[in-house]
Design a protein around this ligand. Sequence first.
Ligand SMILES: *Cc1c(COP(=O)(O)O)cnc(C)c1O
Length: 369
Amino acid sequence: MRAAAIRPLRMPAPFLASFIRPEIEQLSGYVPGEQPRGGGTIKLNTNENPYGPSPRVLGAIREATTEALRLYPDPVSTALRAAASERYGVAPDCILAGNGSDELLSVILRACVGPGDRVAYPFPTYSLYSTLVAMQGAHAVEVPFESDYGLPIDALAGAKQRVTFICNPNAPSGTLAPLAAIEDLAKRVDGLIVVDEAYIDFASRSESAIALVSKNPRVVVLRTFSKSFSLCGMRVGLGFGHPEVIAELAKVKDSYNVAKLGQVAATAALEDYAWMEANAGRVRTSRGALIVALEKRGFRVLPSETNFVLARVPDGSAGPLQRALKERHVLVRYFDVPILRDALRITVGRPDENDALLAALDAINPAGT
Ligand SMILES: *Cc1c(COP(=O)(O)O)cnc(C)c1O
């Protein structure tokens, strides 16, 4: 039996304003990359790892899939934090686990900023920052990167902010700022400095700000299991910071913020670190080949220390090219903002996926440029 057609519901316009906060009503909301249902798509639009998680992770999830799921998970992810403590050489009370690092970004803003407060970050960067700042009714100070995506340290240092976000390596540029620059900034800036290291495992050199946590209580570093550990679907992230900062942040997280299977998966992922490193190495190799192939076709590609590349399209018409690729079932990311309008962000896939992208580009534009 077919259900009756569901009529759309309507409400009088001023009604929402009687309970929804104005900053939320005005918000357009973060727009994630498309997640197509079913197969047949070359998915190079959301920076997922093209390789699967460790078999030991899958085994641990299976093992934990028992009747015990009727119980709440450990609210403070004790085993995961112990494993992270060992891996990263930071005490467990310096570590906060989150439902993805996206949750930790919200937690930080919830704890640190209210209406009218200032949050600064170089621009362009991860677009979720501006959405989260707007949700708090706070003011985003977007400071343009210097040429070649150098950190605009002087401008950030004078921005009178409570929180500074540094995405390092940066998305969507793929570029990596040296640790010395971040250390310098952390000494000069007001408030908390949050270094979002979602992609750092793909970098060719280690510039992790985790080393700064013990030196400067202003520094909080975020990591995620989504990208390098191939666990986007599990939603687990880690925050590293001074114990007193971590304790304040922990007050505003959801009580049971990381699901039991997420805790188990992330713990097992840290215990099979070599699996992650091998896959990151494969991505780095493919990244080099992809950049060469794109440059041969007239794209200008920034040096990438991530699992994606930002490629400036030869004739500048990135939007039409993104749509033409989509017609050929190849998804890449296009950002409709002035500074990125001539570029596509392309996730590094498996070699066969990258080849399919290149074949689609050649089919769309047989001349080569
Ligand atoms: C993917 C990504 C995240 C989010 O990670 P989750 O742990 O999946 O929430 C955070 N920051 C940046 C820059 C990202 O690209």
